[in-house]
Write a protein that binds this ligand. Structure first.
Ligand SMILES: [Zn+2]
Length: 457
């Protein structure tokens, strides 16, 4: 199938190792320029030493997304001048990347082919302030894994899905920490109307920004002449801007890094790493479907976010798994989505949610009260059982009380009663709503419906 929009991604994922890629400097720092040494400052005579854990984690990721692992790992120097690059070259991988020919499958079954995956060091960070630019070399030498895709995505939404899937994999592997690690992306974008002339968008940070930048760039290309170039993204103004004519990889004058040996990758070592790969989100979802018979789509959506998956699994051991999965998918995730929040930015926790779900499955409260409580549980921790008791929110089951409310609703809404008798189903819904309101949402709509039907003959 021919597509109108082609998007390929280059994603840089920071690996959450305790020390940098080629020296023993720690990766966590609060004050600028405090975790630096002769190696990550590129002083003469300093020599890089490879962090074995970074190589192991990158291999783990490569295997998890189906890449073939290179038989040997060779590092190269990518030469260019920029103030954040202390040595005037970056140690990366060029000719043969650690991993190649992998893939990530989108929900539509569409494949996003992974061209290459390699390990490299991060340069320092430029901090632009009024009056000048400051450089923080704490980031110099931080281990990154670069993942390059083929231009297999065709909309910003597909890119978002791809990024989410990649984030899910690195979170499950435990090699990336969303609180402390950075994900940056470059995107190449081209459209049919401009003969697929490629434009590269550089250094976009954050998922929402990536989507926003792509929307903007696609619109821009539809409206303007397009030349082969590299563009930056100004998040504040919401526009992309020309940085330079696109350079090609050959322009960088790569040479093999003479201070690092060639690392032979043995078959046994790869096998050992393969064994360490934990259950990933799709396998976890499949397990839930198998053991708890929960809906496939619900399982997949809940498992995609590791934090939500862990929350759900804890709840499902204390409350009915099927009911819990529905409520987590429909209410908890909806709320996170509406408020554009991550789970950890809310007060949700397994203890109170499982209490709530138990109240629901035992029919002690109505769904409406359940929804109201979920909203409050997002804000603060409390015991739903105690709260329902204190606030008298338990389901009204006294049929006499309900019948009385139904009589009142019928007496006060003669027009709706008439309409219903003429065959308008909507009017019955209206009457149910009146009784629900009178009982403050504490009565079961199904029971009210039955009573009303009886009374209306
Ligand atoms: Zn260092």
């Amino acid at each position: 199938m021919e597509h109108d929009i082609l998007i390929g991604m280059e994603v840089h994922v920071q690996l959450n190792t305790k020390s940098k890629l080629f020296c023993s400097c720690p990766t966590n720092a609060t004050e600028p320029n405090t975790v630096i040494c002769p190696t990550c400052l590129g002083h003469p005579g300093s020599k890089p030493v490879l962090n074995a854990l970074a190589l192991e984690w990158a291999t783990k990721l490569a295997l998890a997304i189906g890449c073939t692992i290179a038989p040997s790992v060779v590092f190269s120097r990518k030469t260019y001048f920029y103030p954040d690059l202390v040595k005037n070259f970056q140690i990366t991988q060029y000719e043969e990347p650690l991993g190649s020919n992998g893939q990530i499958t989108l929900d539509s079954k569409q494949l996003v082919r992974i061209k290459r995956l390699h390990v490299e060091e991060d340069p320092g960070a430029l901090i632009h302030e009024s009056g000048g630019t400051l450089i923080d070399y704490n980031r110099s030498g931080i281990p990154l894994c670069e993942i390059v895709t083929e231009p297999d995505m065709h909309s910003p939404a597909e890119v978002r899905e791809f990024m989410k899937k990649l984030l899910s994999v690195v979170s499950y592997l435990g090699i990336f920490d969303q609180d402390t690690c950075v994900i940056k992306a470059d995107a190449n974008v081209s459209i049919k109307e401009r003969n697929f002339q490629r434009v590269e968008l550089k250094n976009i940070t954050g998922f929402k920004e990536i989507e926003r930048a792509l929307h903007y760039e696609i619109q821009r290309q539809k409206q303007q002449e397009v030349k082969r170039e590299t563009r930056g993204w100004n998040a504040e103004k919401g526009i992309s801007y020309s940085l330079r004519d696109k350079e090609s990889e050959e322009d960088y004058g790569y040479i093999v890094e003479p201070d690092l040996p060639v690392f032979e990758v043995s078959h046994d070592w790869v096998k050992e790493i393969q064994k360490k790969i934990p259950e990933l989100s799709e396998q976890r979802a499949a397990r839930w479907v198998r053991t708890w018979k929960i809906d496939q789509t619900d399982a997949r959506i809940i498992a995609a976010d590791l934090d939500v998956a862990v929350l759900f699994e804890t709840i499902a051991k204390k409350a009915e798994p099927l009911l819990s999965s529905r409520w987590v998918r429909r209410e908890v995730l909806r709320l996170l989505n509406d408020q554009r929040k991550e789970l950890k930015e809310t007060a949700f926790e397994a203890e109170s949610l499982s209490e709530l779900f138990n109240l629901l499955s035992q029919k002690k409260i109505t769904d409406r009260i359940g929804q109201r409580l979920i909203e409050q549980l997002a804000e603060r921790k409390f015991s739903p059982v105690k709260y329902v008791k204190e606030q008298n929110l338990g389901m009204v089951v006294d049929e006499e009380v309900l019948r009385k409310e139904c009589h009142t609703a019928i007496a006060q809404n003669s027009k709706a009663v008439e309409d219903y008798k003429k065959g308008e189903e909507k009017s019955l819904q209206f009457l149910i709503g009146q009784v629900m309101r009178a009982t403050k949402g504490k009565a079961s709509p199904a029971v009210i419906r039955e009573l009303l039907l009886k009374l209306l003959g």
